[in-house]
Ligand binder design. Structure first.
Ligand code: SF4
Length: 517
């Protein structure tokens, strides 16, 4: 181990998975998959290495019958058309054509077999993409501003910063054994379009006058995360110049690695250390490691748009535009992705951008080509003018593929959105998020209406049901949504949501919106 592992000093403070990680680093499983398991097959994989598959970005899917899901990390969600085509062709060859866009701007495959993994790793690497450390107790996909470089609402283009930090941490064995997963967010968009407060470490836009000059940089938030015990990240009193972003990321990650809790896995995220230390102590420790930093400057976060961009918008480049498309519940396929790549090459800047709202953006479209692009057959399904509820519905994977799921989510979410679009007439868009268990991959806590799957006992047996929470919001005044009493059977969800939205519509005051931002 290249660093001094202080947490090893007291083995009584380590949960049993820590010993699995110490015995063999998670990253080592990548070589074992290539050299051994891909040749010897699914039945040859022992339990400990199956748990380490996460470091390769791979999980077993449900039922445990030899199929896997994989996440591909995409920095800031920005793909080239060549990368999109590679993703599409792998999905077609091995993933039954299914391509999911996740709430961390990643691409997720299903139906992979261990025999396929070496070829998939190779084909991804050929286009500069990796699944490695997209899962596991390590620094995962860095989310960012999907509009970086073209955004009229960003203070600076953050693409190079995200790349630098990603390249530092990816496959870095000094940081491949953290207490738990670790998520970073970097955006200079003033509408907080990389959901800063729900990340372990987040950079948001700020300025500060230093030596008489206004410097554009960042404020940082530390210790956010969802799951059963959600925490909003806490802001440190620190201004970070662009050239110091990596140094700060290394310092914060080092604190998590060395002081993060490893005794109970459900209390190991950085948020629990932050809750105990508080932002002042955390900053002191960070300064011990990285040296003095300027105190906070002026925040430039003006609100939160929940990273929705459906429609056509001008870019900062004169005469160019981006088009935000709805991907219903985040699910697309190889053929559709290839059609988008063709449009990106023919009309746009050759990029396809994924958002944390599970949608896609096409960029660099000249104004005189917009009408032509809007007529493309693929934009009739992945529409920039999707109906209100379909355009604002997010869903996690659910029990179609996820071993942790209690209920089915994706198809139900699609049907509920369709029903609401047919039965509710409202002059604002309400964000609805579905999750299939408390792990909250579908980010239920930040939704206007968050729906968490559960089971209820009925005379006919156990049936799918949902807990409902309302009023989640990030940005200034950030708060998680509040639980309503009771639990609603899945089959009653349509009617209950219609009643809930009508209750709001009938009772709202002039100028009031479901989300008060
Ligand atoms: Fe699976 Fe739960 Fe995450 Fe949904 S929220 S994908 S059910 S772990």
């Amino acid at each position: 181990m290249a660093y001094e592992a202080v947490w090893m000093n007291d083995p009584s403070k380590l949960n049993k998975f820590e010993f699995v990680k110490m015995e063999k680093d998670g990253l080592d499983v990548i070589r074992t998959i290539i050299d051994k398991y891909s040749n010897e097959g699914y039945d040859s994989i022992p339990e400990d290495d199956m748990n380490r598959f996460k470091w390769a970005g791979v999980y077993e899917q449900k039922p445990r019958d030899g199929h896997f899901m994989m996440r591909i990390r995409i920095n800031s969600g920005i793909l080239t058309s060549a990368q999109a085509r590679a993703i599409a062709s792998i999905g077609r060859d091995y993933g039954r054509d299914l391509i999911d866009v996740t709430t961390r701007q990643a691409i997720q495959y299903h139906w992979l077999r261990v025999e396929n993994l070496p070829d998939i790793f190779k084909r991804l690497e050929e286009v500069g993409l990796y699944s490695f450390e997209a899962c596991g107790d390590c620094p995962r996909t860095i989310v960012g501003n999907p509009l970086a470089g073209i955004d009229t609402n960003e203070l600076m283009d953050t693409r190079a910063i995200v790349e630098e930090i990603n390249d530092f941490f990816l496959l870095n064995r000094d940081f491949s054994n953290l207490p738990r997963k670790y998520k970073m967010s970097i955006s200079s968009n003033i509408y907080n379009n990389a959901h800063a407060e729900i990340n372990d470490l987040a950079y948001v836009p700020a300025t500060k006058v230093i030596d008489g000059q206004e410097v554009i940089g960042f404020h940082i938030f530390v210790g956010g995360g969802l799951s059963a015990k959600p925490h909003l990240a806490k802001e440190l009193d620190m201004f970070v110049r662009p050239e110091d972003t990596l140094k700060v990321a290394v310092g914060v990650t080092q604190i998590f690695r060395d002081y993060g809790y490893r005794e109970k896995r459900h209390q190991a995220r950085l948020k629990f250390l932050m809750a105990d230390w508080g932002p002042e102590k955390f900053k002191e420790k960070l300064v011990d490691i990285i040296g003095e930093m300027p105190s906070k400057g002026e925040s430039k976060v003006a609100g939160w748009n929940a990273v929705y961009y459906d429609g056509v918008y001008p870019q900062k480049q004169e005469g160019l535009n981006f088009i935000g498309l709805n991907v219903p519940v985040g699910r697309t396929n190889s053929d559709e992705l290839e059609q988008l790549a063709d449009i990106a090459d023919k009309y746009g800047d050759g990029t396809i951008r994924t958002t944390m709202s599970q949608n896609i953006i096409l960029a660099g479209i000249p104004t005189d080509k917009i009408e032509e692009v809007l007529q493309a057959p693929i934009l009739q399904r992945l529409s920039p003018k999707a109906k209100p509820f379909m355009s604002r519905t997010v869903s996690c994977t659910g029990n179609e593929f996820c071993n942790l799921a209690v209920v089915e989510t994706k198809e139900r979410a699609r049907r509920v959105a369709e029903y609401l679009d047919n039965h509710v007439d409202l002059d604002e868009k309400i964000r609805i998020h579905f999750i299939g268990c408390p792990n909250a991959c579908g980010q239920k806590h930040i939704a206007d209406i968050g729906l968490q799957g559960a089971l209820v006992k009925t005379p006919e047996g156990m049936v799918d049901a949902f807990d409902i929470a309302v009023g989640g919001i990030l940005g200034p005044g950030a708060m998680f949504n509040q639980a309503l009493k009771g639990r609603v059977k899945g089959d009653d969800l349509n009617d209950v949501l219609v009643q809930l939205i009508h209750f709001y519509k009938d009772g709202r005051e002039t100028g009031e919106s479901f989300h008060q931002y």
